[in-house]
Structure formats: C-alpha cells, structure tokens
Design a protein around this ligand. Structure first.
Ligand code: CA
Length: 220
C-alpha cells in the first residue's frame, strides 16, 4: 500500500513518514502542492495524507482540482486549521476524513485503516483467494486460517498480487508497488521476496508466468 504524504512541516512530515513506514506502508513525501500534483500523475498511490497550508498550491485547491477531474483517491486531510468553517470547507472540497494537528500517530494510523476499509464501500475488506486471506487494514495474513508472519515488503507484494488473482504482474509493476522514490531497489529483491513468500505460503501460492511475471492463481 503506497501513500502520498503532502506536508511542508519537516518535523511532522518526517514523523508521519517514519510512523506509517513502521506500520508497513510505503510512504512518499512531498513538501508542496505542485509537487503533489506531479506525484499523483504517476497514479501509483492509493491514498493521500494532505496538509492544507502548503507552498505553491494550497491543499484545498489541490483537493478540489482532483475531485473536479474525477480522481476518486481517498484523501485524509491533516491540518492545524481546526475551526468548524475550515473543516466544512475541507469536506466540501472532497476530503474523506479530517485530522487536526497535533495528533497522535496511533490515531492517524487508525484513521488510515478506517479509510481503507471504507474505500469502495466494500463490506468485506479482507481479500480471499483460495486458502489465503489478507486484511489490508490490519495487515493480517492467514493460510487456511492459520496466521502467517510476513515482513512489510512481503505483505505489500502479496497484497499487490492478491488484488488481481490470476493476473500476472511484471517485476517493474511489483517494484512500483513496493518502493517509494528514495528507496533503493536491489536488483534481485523481487525474486528474494517471492522465494520467501513461497517458503511461508507453499510453493504453489505464487506462480511464475514465463516472460511476464508473477501471479497468485485465482481460486488456488
Ligand atoms: Ca503546512
């Protein structure tokens, strides 16, 4: 799960990025509204954490522009503007939730999980493919009902594959979902994670599609 954090305050930005990375998210951080728009053009993020008072383009303006263009990505506004009028403005501009600074990192990650659960109005957020079940909100994975402990990257990789069972993803697509910009990708990292997932989930859990990439077989 790759998130875009838009925050110009270096202390808050660094602490949010660090906190959410510890929770297993891939977090890209930009410091102004214009950089956020550039980042979003890549369409690799699944949620935006948006400060409102930003250089180069105000958060509200950015958000309103996204919604005008029909971009439905979930947006959690994080801001010091705590007056009722400002909250209403944020929600009117298309925010899905609102968190007022200063906030606790635990509350932030709870809000992120809640927003993910609500995304697309799915009643059952757990993804099930054959004996595998993955809960994107809690990061829990079970195999035939038994919990499996995965690292952050193993989880992200499995999540990317389970979202589209039966559809192979190329190595480049997998790397895109696993790594933020400033994170260096080791050349054989994807193979290493696949190997480790197969060891934990069984050799057949992830199939190699020759010349294409990897997939979780549908209904395996
Ligand atoms: Ca700010």
């Amino acid at each position: 799960m790759r998130l875009l954090l838009v925050e110009d305050d270096p202390m808050i930005g660094a602490s949010v990025q660090r906190g959410l990375r510890q929770e297993g998210y891939t977090v890209d951080w930009v410091r102004d509204g214009a950089a956020a728009e550039l980042a979003l053009a890549d369409k690799v993020h699944e949620m935006i954490l948006l400060d409102l008072g930003l250089p180069r383009k105000d958060g509200l303006e950015l958000l309103a522009g996204l919604r005008r263009r029909g971009v439905a990505i979930p947006v959690l506004v994080i801001t010091a503007r705590d007056s009722v009028a400002d909250r209403v403005k944020g929600l009117d501009a298309g925010a899905d939730d609102y968190l007022v600074k200063p906030f606790d990192l635990d509350e932030l990650s709870a809000r992120v999980r809640a927003l993910m659960r609500r995304q697309g109005g799915r009643a059952a957020p757990v993804i099930e493919v054959g004996p595998l079940a993955l809960d994107p909100a809690t990061h829990a994975v079970t195999l035939a009902g038994a919990p499996v402990a995965l690292s952050r990257r193993e989880f992200s990789l499995l999540h990317a594959l389970m979202k589209q069972p039966g559809v192979p993803l190329s190595r480049a697509q997998i790397e895109e979902s696993l790594y933020g910009w400033e994170e260096e990708i080791e050349s054989n990292a994807v193979e290493v994670y696949i190997h480790s997932l197969r060891r934990k989930l069984g050799a057949d859990a992830i199939r190699n599609v020759r010349g294409v990439g990897y997939m979780v077989p549908a209904g395996s």
